[in-house]
Design a protein around this ligand. Sequence first.
Ligand SMILES: Cc1cc2nc3c(=O)[nH]c(=O)nc-3n(C[C@H](O)[C@H](O)[C@H](O)COP(=O)(O)OP(=O)(O)OC[C@H]3O[C@@H](n4cnc5c(N)ncnc54)[C@H](O)[C@@H]3O)c2cc1C
Length: 465
Amino acid sequence: MAMTASNPQTTSLWDIGAEENSHGRDALTGDTSCDVLIVGAGYTGLWTAYYLTELAPHLRIVVAEAEHVGFGASGRNGGWLSHLLPGNRNVFARGPRGPEGLVAFQRAMVEAVDHVLDVSSTRGLEIDAHRGGNLVVAPNEAGLQRLQARHAADLRAGLTDEEVRLLTAGEVRERVDVVAAVGGLYAAPCARIHPGKLVRQLARLVEARGVRLYEGTRVDRVEPRLAHTASAQISTEHILLCTEGFSGPLLGPRAVVPIRSSMIATQPLSAEEWSRIGWANAECLSDTSHTFIYAQRTADGRIALGGRGKPYEFASGIDGRHACHPDTQQALLDRLSLYFPDVHFEADYAWSGVLGVSRDWCASVRHDPRTGIGASVGYAGHGVAAANLAARTLVDLVLARDTDLVRLPLVDHRPPRWEPEPLRWAGIHAMYRLFRTADGREERRGATSTSLIARFAGRLAGLAD
Ligand SMILES: Cc1cc2nc3c(=O)[nH]c(=O)nc-3n(C[C@H](O)[C@H](O)[C@H](O)COP(=O)(O)OP(=O)(O)OC[C@H]3O[C@@H](n4cnc5c(N)ncnc54)[C@H](O)[C@@H]3O)c2cc1C
């Protein structure tokens, strides 16, 4: 059946129609002071503000946001509230606590999913949450082998048999009728959410607790106890950088790079179309391709699907329009047509966002008590639940609380720096080109083992050991 990108709106689906969708907060125009300055109003910054108000309600907290609440990845993502680790498990297993630290981290990620759902429910946040788990489909034998290896690694990392299990082709198709599935991996601790509702309602929640949130307020420079915007200085005990893919100007261009991920949302499907597809349990859906794709069945009956087309601009540039390239739109629609050939899809919305990636693809949380400066960045596309965990960790570091969180392997993790340009650009583009080539070969040839090209690309990227 023909697929067309039609002429989709270029805004994030998650920005549409929400009653709370107002981006009209004041900018900071004069000097001020506070106890904690949080830079960035995405999930990391807002969860940090939330937990600070829980544990230390006396603190004066300011959030400075360069654009508006949810402008970053938090207002643009795939809405997988997942247990997936923000980083390479092998790297974390080599941390000071060894494999035991990795297990603690993985269990903390499972709990982070619960935390977000629990807070949402107790604080009345309506985020269209549905805990349908995560389903990864293998469309060929090579993918199935990777899932078997991943399942074994999941168990070693502390997930249980009840939480993760391999599925036969028939079991996959009972859930979602993906043509050509040869098997799958199901993980229970994962939920679909509406990303925009979460970030906007969190902002309202912390404001109601007295947090001062300024939009249109870019922090240009920080030094111990002092932050500078174009028109104001903020004196403060702590400065927490929660700027993820936008961190280059504050943390240095080789610390974290912005990688673009692009999404489309289809038209709402009819009941009859949904009955052909199945997907009754709204699992967060992906496949085993090397060029990661991710999808959710939205609460309003669309498919929101994302992938990494056109991922990186020279010198860590960021396309401020957050457009989704037409080739990427088409590639995403083609993927849907491959999986669900009996349904006609059109893209109603197409957009992109940036995620922060460190050189070893691992997140890190840190806070220096001498300078009061901290940061939590580098979730590499797995930040919806991780931002909650990282925020709680950052809060414990700021408040000098001796908790299990401050011993997790992402705390004080120091990834190597990215290469200078033009090596960085060449390396990232080569990696994605190799992954695309590997995917093409595995699909065309019905590969029975992972392509050597993909193995090489994984090593080039620092994704594999
Ligand atoms: C298209 C896409 C799909 C994704 N899908 C998923 C998914 O399904 N599941 C998942 O777990 N993760 C996903 N991610 C990743 C996830 O969305 C992010 O990891 C997470 O939202 C990061 O939150 P954050 O608050 O750290 O950063 P952001 O949400 O990016 O917020 C950072 C904020 O800082 C502001 N800022 C930057 N610089 C400054 C400055 N100098 N001064 C003031 N403010 C500044 C920005 O304007 C921005 O609002 C996806 C990401 C993208 C882009």
